[in-house]
Design a protein around this ligand. Structure first.
Ligand code: SAH
Length: 214
C-alpha cells in the first residue's frame, strides 16, 4: 500500500506538475516528498494523488495538486524567506512551503481544521510551522513583515492588512473575484513602495471569510 502511494505521488508530479510546465526544482522536490495522502480523510486516501481538489470537511477543500504547485512557484520561493499563509485547511500547502525551506506562518479560522493540522504536523515532524486560529484577513501583525504571502481562499478584494504586512520587496499570491467560487489568480509584487499586479487566469477556491473577506 505505501509503495503504491509513493508511486502514485511520483506519477502525480510527472503527469500533473512537470507536464504542465512547473519547473522550479524546489517545488518539484517538495511535491515529491510531502505525503499528500495524510492530509485527506482516510476514506479518500486512494484519491489523494488525483488531479482534483478533495473535501476536507466543513465545506472546505484541499486544493488540486497542480494549483498548489503553481501557487508555490509563483511565490518565487527561496529557502529562509518568511511566508504567511491564509487558510491552513488540511495543512498541505503549508507543508509544501516548509519542505522548500521557508519559515512558515499559517492562519485558519475553523477550530477543528486548525487542531487537525497541528496534530498532523507533530506526527509528520513539521515542527517549524507556526499556526494560529484567527481571521487571517487581519494577517499576523506580531510577525510581520512577511517576504511572501499566500492566500488559499477566494477573496472579494485584496485585504488591506495583508498589503501592509507584505515586506518590501515582497510577493503575494491570492485568488480574487467579485463572484463567489470563481476568482482570478493574482500575483502582487511590492518593490520600492510600488505595487505591481499580474494576472494568472481563472481558479476556483472556497470563500475567504472575515473582516476583509466575504
Ligand atoms: N491551503 C489549504 C486549502 C485551504 S481551503 C490546503 O492546503 O489544504 C481554504 C481554507 O481557508 C479553509 O480551511 C477555510 O476555513 C480557510 N479560511 C477561510 N477564510 C479564512 C480566514 N479569514 N482566515 C483564515 N482561514 C480562512
Amino acid at each position: 500500500m505505501r509503495r503504491d502511494l509513493k508511486r502514485l505521488r511520483e506519477r502525480m508530479v510527472k503527469e500533473q506538475i512537470e507536464a504542465r510546465g512547473i519547473k522550479d526544482p524546489l517545488v518539484l522536490q517538495a511535491m515529491r516528498k510531502v505525503p499528500r495522502h495524510f492530509f485527506v480523510d482516510e476514506a479518500l486516501e486512494n484519491q489523494a494523488y488525483c488531479d482534483h481538489p478533495l473535501p476536507i470537511g466543513h465545506g472546505q477543500t484541499i486544493s488540486q495538486p497542480y494549483i498548489v504547485a503553481l501557487m508555490s512557484q509563483l511565490l518565487c520561493p527561496t529557502p529562509g524567506l518568511s511566508v504567511l499563509e491564509i487558510g491552513t485547511g488540511s495543512g498541505y500547502q503549508a507543508a509544501i512551503l516548509a519542505e522548500m525551506g521557508l519559515d512558515v506562518y499559517t492562519v485558519e479560522r475553523i477550530r477543528s481544521l486548525y487542531l487537525k493540522a497541528m496534530k498532523l504536523y507533530r506526527e509528520l515532524r513539521y515542527f517549524s510551522i507556526k499556526l494560529k486560529l484567527d481571521d487571517g484577513t487581519l494577517g499576523w501583525p506580531e510577525n510581520a513583515p512577511f517576504d511572501r504571502i499566500i492566500v488559499t481562499a477566494g477573496a472579494p478584494q485584496i485585504p488591506e492588512p495583508l498589503i501592509e504586512q507584505l515586506a518590501d520587496p515582497g510577493i503575494m499570491v491570492i485568488p480574487v473575484g467579485e463572484g463567489k467560487r470563481h476568482q482570478t489568480l493574482i500575483r502582487i509584487k511590492k518593490e520600492k513602495g510600488e505595487i505591481q499586479k499580474e494576472d494568472f487566469g481563472g481558479v476556483m477556491f472556497v470563500d475567504l471569510v472575515g473582516r476583509f473577506g466575504w
